[in-house]
Write a protein that binds this ligand. Sequence first.
Ligand code: NAP
Ligand code: MG
Length: 522
Amino acid sequence: MNLPEYRNEPFGDFSSSERREAMQRALRSVGDQLGADYPVVIHGERFHTSATMVSRSPAEPSRAVGHVSKATPELAVRAIETAHAAFTHWRREPVEQRARLLLRAAAIMRRRKEELAAWMVYEVSKSWAEADADVAEAIDFCEYYARQALRLQGSGQPLTPWPGEVNSLHYIPLGAGVAIPPWNFPLAIATNLVVAPLVAGNTVVLKPASSAPVIAAKLFAILEEAGLPPGVVNYLPGSGSAVGDLLIDHPLTRFIGFTGSKEVGLRINERASVRQPGQLWIKRAVLEMGGKDGIVVDETADLDAAAAGIVAAAFGFQGQKCSACSRVIIVERVYDALLQRIVTLTQAIKLGNPVDPDRFMGAVVDQDAFEKIRSYVTIGHQEGRLVAGEEPLGQDLLDSGGYFIRPTIFADIAPDARLAQEEIFGPVLAVIKARDFDDALAIANNTEYGLTGALFSNDLGRIARAYEDFHVGNLYINRKCTGALVGVQPFGGFNMSGTDSKAGGPDYLTLFTQVKVISERL
Ligand code: NAP
Ligand code: MG
């Protein structure tokens, strides 16, 4: 198969009136489609269950984005059994065919870019730019893994020749697995967790996040439209606490691809390690978890660039990214000057319903998130000095009932304070003062996580130190710590941030394969 070299999908240019109008049209059209029913789908068969969940628009919770059937335990078992049965034929499908499915899915997503973005504006309150980037990333995963599968499973790997024998090495798929994405990149991460195992020849049960099951249903429908055979992917919405254990524990489950919180990831890791009666294999668990990502700024840094990077990384998508900057660690000499710049930029942020293109920040995802974040704001008042976020919300936002929280900054936070250690997953930034660069780096490393981090500095020696000693999976120098691109910055973290799977990287597909070596005596 002859494919052009992989390139990242360009972001939508909303400064062009044509693209702006296309997005407005998509928002109107999707607005008219809100509130539909979404059934469980197993082997292509639709199951409308009696228990449903309502996906709500965070900026306007009275608006139902969709009514989604909740899987029963019986359906969960059926989904795994179906995926297991489908594996017997899907694994024999030539890799070119499987890659073509991903390329077709990418083409469909490209044609429906604004529409898919619009679904995420409504369902999780992404701004236009954030929603557009989520679609672009989903397209990238399809394009990238299609090529990686052809590389890995196409011609095989070279081995050392041995006289009288033909030796060959093959990356073969594992079996049927479960994909459990979070709600925060509800198209991109769901796509990653489904299409990577799929293109490598595995079959999948997709259990979407309960706060974003509708966009996951759109992904599933796109795969069907692209030619997905029945049973090869099954769409199984339902509460993680109700059907999660069952899916993880099932003896036919061969692997679990999970992205989400540390707590759930650790639970899955533990349960997946237990051999169940009738289970033939050791389950593979690919787990990407939380972060407490820090940006370090020293006295040699460009403070304007640092402030812009910090504010974008802290408050983009309301701080609800695993890579979001939630700690800024500033050396004493520039602490006040930089803090001032960060506060000024933060105060200019526009908050509101992101259906409006003007809004940089929307609402946080749901009532639980709202309450959890608010409780950290209360803690912040005890642990530090509030420097941004105190202004009351406007009446329009209060009337909407949306889960709006102003971008909030607490200065003078101690390195071991809760605000400096716990993942808040919202628009709350802790600012920490360090004596000097060495102290700042030590503070940055002083968390149980190790996902992303950044250093703003113009000192080459310190940059070299950060290369060696800043212990995170994705380190950025003189730029923000969010926005990793597929193929450009393979993504995944250390320590309690997960198994460091590096999604969007050249090794990712190997996680969903095992290697078979065949030696034939001639
Ligand atoms: P979450 O609460 O851990 O949920 C993630 C997924 O796990 C959801 O589909 C959830 O289903 C499911 N789940 C819940 N309990 C389960 C159980 N007992 N067994 C199996 N599955 C279960 O995380 P989230 O709130 O969706 O996402 C935010 C978290 O994801 C943050 O910690 C963030 O840092 C992390 N994240 C990490 C990365 C990364 O690449 N490292 C990327 C994005 C996000 P329900 O929705 O039905 O509960
Ligand atoms: Mg929702």
